[in-house]
Design a protein around this ligand. Sequence first.
Ligand SMILES: Nc1ncnc2c1ncn2[C@@H]1O[C@H](COP(=O)(O)OP(=O)(O)OP(=O)(O)O)[C@@H](O)[C@H]1O
Length: 298
Amino acid sequence: MTAPLIVDRLTKRYGSLTALQDMSFTVAPGEIFGFVGSNGAGKSTTMRIILGVLGADSGQVRLGERPIDLDLRRRIGYMPEERGLYPKMKVGKQLSFLAQLHGLSRAEADDQVETWVRRLGIHERINDDVNNLSLGNQQRVQLAAALVHNPDVLVLDEPFSGLDPVAVDVMSDVLKEKAAQGVPVIFSSHQLELVQRLCDRVGIITKGTMRALGTVDDLRSTGEIRLDVGAPAAPSGWADHLPGVQGSVQRGALTTVSLTPGTDEQAILAAALATGPVTHFALSKPDLTELFREVVSA
Ligand SMILES: Nc1ncnc2c1ncn2[C@@H]1O[C@H](COP(=O)(O)OP(=O)(O)OP(=O)(O)O)[C@@H](O)[C@H]1O
């Protein structure tokens, strides 16, 4: 069983650009943490610092109490954004070599390679050079490379980009399985629907700063409160001037009403009923994509 991955107040500057400012979060053993943010927000920089391939100006990364050192680094499974495979080396040989670099014996490495290439559906390509594979299959090999040494932590930079739906399912299952074994898993992605589905917790960053952090449900509950009201006979703008209504959008019979916290929802229902029949009345929470837009544009 492994310890939590603790990212503690990382700051990183590239010349005059502050790429990270006091970046902090923790990924518990068994937790899948989704790291999201606009292009250039600082996700890859954070992940590179976790791995130690890049140094921070200040702050620290720990596994439990212990700062990440060379020894612990070998216990991390990492998928870099700029994929790091040897293009002219055979898939199986390369994976075995990488596993041995992480301390496995030749026999253990070959055994692990066999397991993962089968699991990831690239067994038939084991004797192909990496650069003869499709991009999606190269990505499967890259995931295998992050897994063959049975890591205690998984750090994956955009592992889902460019994968077909079947590969997305395989990747999702593997991440869930590793988490179920007690591994802290962090991955970055722009596929927010996938992040919402897969992650126990999510961090949204903009310009190197953590702007929202929590379970998807928590984050969705902190966004604006909205009601979906089906009122087919209601005139246009019927909800706009009711107390507590910040705005409304009408699409056919359905009106989505944004409310100030504490507004009496029954008063909205009564107003809707006053226009005629009400066919639908439900609270609607923003999804992660809407939350992300809110956070990024704030
Ligand atoms: N080696 C570097 N030298 C100078 N600036 C850099 C370097 N690497 C990254 N940056 C800058 O640091 C900021 C954060 O970049 P980073 O790659 O961490 O973002 P990201 O969130 O991973 O973005 P994306 O989603 O586009 O991959 C960006 O403004 C980027 O241009």
